[in-house]
Design a protein around this ligand. Sequence first.
Ligand SMILES: [Zn+2]
Ligand SMILES: [Zn+2]
Length: 316
Amino acid sequence: MKKILSQTMSIALLAASPLALTACGQSNAQEADRFAKVEIKTEQLADGVAVLFGAGGNIGVSYGPDGTVLIDDQFAPLTPKIQAAIAALGAEPVKYLINTHWHGDHSGGNENFGKTGALIMAHDHVRERMMGTQKSGKGNDPASPTEALPVVTYHDGLKLHLNGDEVQVKHMKHAHTDGDSIIFWKKANVIHMGDTFFNKVTLPFIDIESGGNVAGILAAAETVLTMVDDETKIIPGHGPMANKADLIAYRDMLKSVIGTVETARTESKTLAQIQAMKPAARWDTNKDAFIKGDAFVEAVYKSFENPAHKEHDHKH
Ligand SMILES: [Zn+2]
Ligand SMILES: [Zn+2]
């Protein structure tokens, strides 16, 4: 991963790179220059609901008389541009901020928004990882400043009743990380899947060290498929807007690759032998993808080695 990142840190790659900020180790000047070129693009999805594309995870916005809710906030240097895009919608400054998970391309702006008074909400494990107090695997080191931390945390989820809609926040267990949430606007029929769904730009990135598991990614896709219809607008963590058919294709890809890896494992094939079978080749079509076929197959293979994280599941 480091090799890929050091080769070409183009904006396009940055947009598709979940760990770009934490993994690249570039100088502040280079970083500032890169973010200076980023343009925040807005797409209206429904009355009072929009998506913002920039560099990092896609941002959901809910706005109206009860205040503005932001889903994820990309990287800290982009905060002024994100605030300008929100103002251009005719929305108030951010009152509530929900993080789909802890990665810096989704929570990098937390400190800025926290300082302006936004109430930050996320799954329990997001706060733990941002504080650097999780028992194992990756997290923020050093810990995030207090203003960046989620103030309201939950285990299973919560609902916001505002702007004439019911906004459902649901935790998806051990998927992309161990702290993923999906956010569903019931009336507007829009759902933000965070990084449990990468639409077209790359094969899935499963952060095994943060408690991720391909079984949870598949379970999240299956859960969302029971919640949506053909009209639902699906915001992926990365990539363009999606619909139910796109999510079905993604679910089928997951099942195919998981099935091949599982069978090969029962035949005692090694990871290298399974990678040589190229079980993800059909979907490994973007040569600039952040996660290529071999890396995805490795994550699927390792998911079988870490089938459960029981101490986490039962801790709360
Ligand atoms: Zn991401
Ligand atoms: Zn992520």
